[in-house]
Design a protein around this ligand. Sequence first.
Ligand code: SF4
Length: 437
Amino acid sequence: TKVITDVICPFCGTLCDDVEVTVSDDGKKLLEVANACVIGTEKFLHSQSSDRVTKPRLRQEDGSWKEISYEEAADYTAKLLAKAKKPLMYGWSSTNCEAQSVGNEIAEIAKACCDNTAAVCHGTTLIAVQDIGLPSCTLGEVKNRADRVIFWGCNPAHAHPRHMSRYSIFPRGFFTGKGQMSRKLVVVDPRCTDTAKMADVHLQIEQGRDYELLDALRVALKGEWLPDVVAGIPAEKIREVADILKSGRFGIIFFGMGVTQSLSKNHNIDAAIALTKDLNEYTKYSIMPMRGHYNVTGSGEVFAWQFGFPYSVDLTRGFARYNPGDSSSIDLLLRGEVDAMFTIGSDPGAHFPISAVKQIAKVDSVCIDPHMTPTSGVSKLHVPVAFNGVETGGNCYRMDNVPIDCRKVVEPPEGMKTDLEFLTMVCDRLKKLKGVA
Ligand code: SF4
């Protein structure tokens, strides 16, 4: 056996880069995974599961699957996209930037609507960043400098299990030599989560009242008048937290879907960024979204390079239009405008409202995913591919916008294509069908 070190975990936006993987001498079997958390480990081990689908499958009239070749699958996909008036190409967050780039080229030729999973998580953050900018930093700076850490509407103990041990709470950094003892942790969450249980202060906010509490903190920083209770939190407590935040040398606000998807949405993030700016009048503060899928940040970057917008891009008129709430996936599906569905690197079948999933089931559809998922279950064609970051490398972006190259550690099953290879096959065929050079 041999041990491969410094492997990147392709599961969550923390992109841990210290994983060690033991493989057989011929590189065909992945045997053990060290250093990754339990969900990251499972991602690596899934590549070895005995019930894995290794050939594309086309659904038959009676509902059964028929195995077909990758060439036939690429033909089917290219024809489907060429024929559709308004195809939706959704996902992208669990594949590498190289595949995303070819996918965007396909979207442009097919005049598709192209969207990533930000539409249902941090899309509101991206809108807020366009409104007022983002004073941010890297996770390395957090590790070395942050003595005040806020987790607002997120629960890294479960969703990003090594975030706290590698970057935000426990590690000893250059200016945070006592690790956890050097930092004060404030958690804002209506639930008493496992992260909240570790906090120095847990603000158990009333559900959906984030905007009020963010504004109240801004007022408390300035020492101005506050009502007795805001968002379920007594004024004294808000003043106490404002003093904790002000007294640090370097603070960071991490925020998650509890605040991006609650009442007020992007305006919550406007207020959180404004709070960060205000805090910079007293000391140094940064703010960072807790991105979920391991390369959702990369998808936003690649969209922005190629289309000028980070998600929910409508190319049906031959140029990029961006109008989240109108051009975003769920809205398009619920209005019944989509006549073909192409999914890659995500699972809308598990995360979209059931009425949107029913629309996916109605139209011609392709799902590109190494796993059998609720989306593959309602799609007409399922194309299994090699695991990105395990059976193929490629570039991806960590939640702090740092690009990192994933490593290939094991061979995929014989004959299996990667996302990039399959998308390139589709792109070549689509160009021929559309007469594009
Ligand atoms: Fe992988 Fe995220 Fe766990 Fe790190 S925290 S090992 S990136 S799942």
